[in-house]
Design a protein around this ligand. Structure first.
Ligand code: UFG
Length: 328
């Protein structure tokens, strides 16, 4: 029996594949390589193609005995989602519909889904819990919420069991040093900071210091990508044990400001990393911090990598060895 990982050549998906292989699972990866990297898939069977291509997906489901799906394949750039909503509805929402239909046709009834803090929008209070209002402020979050809801109705109609994991800020790289973050364009704070000591950027921009936070810069909840992968393994176990569908936040419960993250990166790299204050980025909430109590009590999940320096250190190891990402 195999686990199908969609988007398994992406940043989080590739860490998932590595973890499943470590657990001796049989792994099948589907990735269009639109944003993923072939070199990021460290094992299993890779099929290159699109979830929306029914003939292609039929081959994947026919050639393998799939027991469960872990679904990462999606576009995930908040800014792009605001200028090209159609792309996000088409790839994320329609792509997921095609996947669920294919699972139903082939009697596959378990799915772990990569969701996001962006489903909440501007938080009512922090830390954010799963019962809080979901009111996305961008198309990306709206499509992820629509995907969650689609799964809910497939459960009611067809008994599909799902676990949606709402991540906060995924960060860091695999302990092996062989896989890590490689986005084009890069928009995330930590890889952008590390481009400065790599000599690829002169300074890091701080997007606003007039937020209602201690030092005025935005506060986020950073979680090591391998801790995220661990939670998916536990979610899969829950479904295999006959557990009901559920939604969980995944975060550290700790908030770090942009300035604090830059300071930690200075300590890790020993580089002064000049920073320049610029305008706020549109749509950034001041503070996003998760309560992951539900995942801890129901899944038995606990993060292992709890030091910001270690998280950044793992990213630094990856970026130093792969300054141009997978295209070294
Ligand atoms: N930031 C800077 N300078 C930069 C890049 C980012 O100051 O050059 C700031 C941002 O304004 C933000 C923080 O650093 O306050 C983190 O930004 P990221 O882009 O790394 O992450 P986000 O919190 O914006 O995004 C994350 C996920 C998204 C998800 C979103 C939910 O990466 O996928 O949380 O709100 F949609």
């Amino acid at each position: 029996m195999a686990v199908l990982v969609t988007g398994g050549a992406g940043y989080i998906g590739s860490h998932m594949v590595a973890e499943l292989l470590k657990q001796n699972e049989e792994v099948v990866v589907v990735d269009s390589l639109q944003t993923g990297h072939r070199e990021a898939v460290t094992g299993g069977k890779l099929y290159v193609g699109d979830l929306r291509n029914s003939v292609f997906m039929e081959t994947v489901f026919r050639e393998n005995t799939i027991d469960a799906v872990i679904h990462f394949a999606a576009n995930s750039l908040v800014g792009e989602s605001m200028t090209d909503p159609s792309k996000y509805y088409h790839n994320n929402v329609y792509g997921t519909l095609c996947l669920l239909d294919k699972m139903k046709e082939h009697g596959v009834s378990k799915i772990v889904f990569s969701s996001t803090a962006a489903t909440y929008g501007e938080p009512e209070h922090v830390p954010i819990s799963e019962e809080d209002r979901t009111y996305p402020t961008n198309t990306y979050g709206e499509t992820k919420l629509a995907m969650e809801k689609m799964m809910k109705w497939f459960d009611i109609a067809h008994g599909l069991k799902y676990v949606a994991l709402r991540y906060f800020n995924a960060a860091g790289a695999h302990e092996s040093g062989s896989i890590g973050e490689d986005h084009h364009p890069e928009t995330h704070l930590i890889p952008l900071i590390l481009q400065v000591p790599l000599g690829k950027r002169e300074f890091i921009s701080i997007y606003g210091d007039d937020y209602a936070t201690e030092d005025g810069t935005c506060v986020r909840d950073y979680l090591h990508v391998s801790d995220l992968a661990d939670a998916h393994v536990l979610a899969l176990k829950r479904l295999r044990d006959g557990g009901e569908s559920a939604v969980y936040n995944l975060g550290s419960g700790e908030g770090y400001s942009v300035k604090q993250v830059i300071d930690a990166a200075r300590r890790v790299t020993g580089h002064p990393i000049p920073a320049k204050l610029v305008e706020r980025r549109a749509g950034d909430p001041a503070v996003l911090v998760a309560s992951s109590k539900k995942a801890e009590s129901e899944l038995g999940w606990k993060r292992k990598r709890d030091q910001m320096e270690d998280i950044i250190g793992s990213a630094w190891t990856w970026h130093k060895a792969h300054p141009n990402g997978y295209n070294n």
